[in-house]
Design a protein around this ligand. Structure first.
Ligand SMILES: *Cc1c(COP(=O)(O)O)cnc(C)c1O
Ligand code: SF4
Length: 344
């Protein structure tokens, strides 16, 4: 694979704007393999095209260990042949959200808080994503749907928190975010804006002072829930980004998905919690996999998960133990999965 005529990509990532980094993300498996010194023969690549393509920004690719086909970060983003096989219980819409959000992008399933699907776009395509079959893939919320969402929020005074989700809400431009937040500002019943985003982890350059100021200008309390699954994701660039975020009055949390052969060990989970706290982030949720079609190779059984979280509890202070949860279609909240108490 080494070819002296192929220009070696120079790590220019940090000098590019986040939009440029997004536009230059790897979408070609051969190019990524070349960059990582991993030959296609070492990977279990799909024999057919999958309608959820490879997408990974260079900043994230730079944290993948060169030459290691089993790298825990690589496994999160690499399309595999197993995605094409059917498995019982794995569905296109495992948590019933697609139906719920069909009209206005609002998913109001839980008391007092509602989730607003702002965009289908993400900076990265995580193979285990339960939104991989989301029908609005790259589509932004139309003006009409935003208006419908806003009138829904206006007409539901019992809501006190709006969760911006997607896709990734920070894939939107500052202008669009500002526009949305300014409209939410008028609703006095909304006290908190929560942002579920993987961008500070996978494309740290997205976090700028201008973005932070836009969030603060909402006049609401801001909670950012990041998404990192493995301590190796949290490099210096991410640490600097979290430091920048923490210069503003923002609560920083993290949610993870428990993933087979990626973070399904007490060591990985403990290291993740420690690494998060080092950069000022508290663990919030550890999710069992949502059973989306094509993701069965990531499954960790509930009993194994219960044992893992028990081992984490035995080692860490309570505030570093994420709550192990699963989502059940139609339930009024996430369901806590009990830890299996073990004597150490
Ligand atoms: C996960 C989720 C929330 C947020 O739940 P919290 O327990 O408050 O973090 C809200 N709405 C929907 C539809 C969700 O899936
Ligand atoms: S960032 Fe989140 S929404 Fe986007 S692909 Fe990954 S898991 Fe799915």
């Amino acid at each position: 694979m080494s070819n002296t005529h192929t220009p070696i990509p120079i790590s220019t990532a940090k000098t590019q704007t986040w939009q440029q980094q997004l536009a230059n993300a790897f979408t070609d498996i051969d190019a990524l393999g070349n960059y990582l010194s991993i030959s296609p023969a070492e990977l279990n690549l799909p024999t057919q095209t999958i309608d959820f393509p490879l997408k990974v920004p260079q900043s994230y690719a730079d944290r993948i260990e060169k030459g290691n086909p089993n790298d825990p970060l690589l496994k999160q983003i690499l399309p595999e042949q197993t995605e094409l096989t059917e498995a019982p219980g794995y569905l296109s819409d495992p948590v019933g959200d697609l139906e719920a959000s069909a009209n206005n992008g609002i998913i109001h399933k839980y008391h007092g808080r509602a989730l607003l699907i702002t965009t289908g776009a993400c900076a990265i395509n995580c193979r285990y994503c339960f939104r991989r079959h989301f029908p609005y893939q790259q589509q932004q919320l139309s003006k009409q749907r935003i208006q419908n969402a806003l009138s829904y929020i206006e007409n539901h005074p019992e809501l006190s928190e709006i969760i911006l989700s997607g896709g990734d809400p920070l894939a939107l431009s500052d202008e669009r975010i500002d526009h949305l937040l300014q409209q939410l500002k008028d609703f006095t019943h909304i006290k908190r804006i929560r942002i579920h985003t993987r961008l500070p982890v996978v494309l740290p350059a997205r976090i700028t002072r201008q973005l932070m100021q836009t969030l603060i200008n909402s006049g609401k309390q801001i909670i950012m829930v990041l998404h990192a699954n493995h301590p190796q994701e949290l490099n210096n660039e991410v640490a600097d980004t979290c430091r920048l975020i923490k210069q503003y009055p923002v609560t920083l949390l993290n949610q993870s998905v428990l993933l087979k052969d990626i973070n399904d060990s007490a060591e990985a989970l403990c290291d993740l919690s420690e690494a998060l706290f080092d950069i000022g982030v508290l663990p919030y949720y550890l999710h069992l996999l949502d059973k989306a079609k094509g993701t069965q190779h990531f499954e960790v059984s509930e009993s194994e998960a219960g044992q893992l979280i028990s081992q984490v509890q035995n080692r860490l202070p309570g505030y570093l133990v994420p709550k192990l949860v699963k989502e059940i279609s139609g339930a009024p909240c996430k369901i806590t999965v009990a830890s299996t108490v073990m004597q150490s």
